[in-house]
Design a protein. Structure first.
Length: 223
């Protein structure tokens, strides 16, 4: 993780009792989630933070460095919360998946701006934070997770139709994608009352049940 540039002397370090640098980072992630990186100006970030635009140059030496700091100091917190804990080697694959899903939802409650930023700026083609965010990709943790799925399938604990390489992708679809697209699917009949706890239980049930070693039954068409 890159170290933030030290603040320059001669300017105030706080605004309204809050640290101005932290306020700028908070404002940036909020606006990136609401509008996207391209549509968020330095002036808009400063206004949301309650400081002058000069403070961005003072603390970050420009908007690009502020964007880097958002990834390194804010988005990295989400990744660390989800993957920072060492895996429980004694846990079953289903328990491991449930634990990761629980941490994703817990992180989303702490950092609600992350799912919309993820789908807009990382998952979507042309996302402006994709390459920056890839620096924090927990490749070793994901690789170890895939290896556990492979080993479990060899032991017959996971269905033969489950592709270990796609389990993590499925997890992201049922967690991050579902979280990011709430404004859309909440318009469906009955979906407006769904809570995050409901969504977490549903995602966990689908993910863990989907690993079961049971071949799908096919019904023959009646002629």
């Amino acid at each position: 993780m890159r170290k933030p540039p030290p603040p320059r002397r001669g300017r105030p370090a706080a605004s309204g009792g809050r640290d101005a640098r932290e306020a700028l980072l908070d404002a940036a992630v909020a606006l990136f989630a609401e509008r996207g990186v391209a549509a968020t100006t330095a002036a808009g970030i400063a206004a949301r933070a309650g400081v002058t635009p000069a403070m961005i140059h003072y603390y970050f030496r420009g908007r690009d460095n502020l964007v880097d700091a958002v990834v390194d100091e804010r988005m990295a917190l989400f990744v660390s919360h989800v993957f920072g804990a060492p895996p429980d080697r004694d846990a079953s694959v289903a328990e491991t998946i449930a634990a990761i899903a629980a941490r994703i939802f817990d992180a989303a409650r702490r950092f609600p701006w992350m799912p919309p930023i993820w789908i807009r700026e990382i998952a979507a083609e042309g996302g402006l934070l994709r390459e920056r965010a890839m620096r924090h990709l927990p490749a070793a943790a994901i690789g170890g997770f895939v290896e556990r799925i492979v080993a479990a399938r060899r032991r017959g604990e996971v269905g033969a139709g489950v592709d270990p390489r796609l389990v993590f992708v499925s997890m992201m679809g049922l967690t991050m994608f579902a979280l990011a697209t709430q404004p859309v699917w909440r318009r469906l009949p009955g979906a407006g009352a769904i809570t995050l706890d409901d969504l977490e239980r549903h995602a966990t049930a689908i993910l863990t049940a989907g690993l079961a070693n049971a071949a799908p039954t096919r019904q023959r068409r009646k002629r």
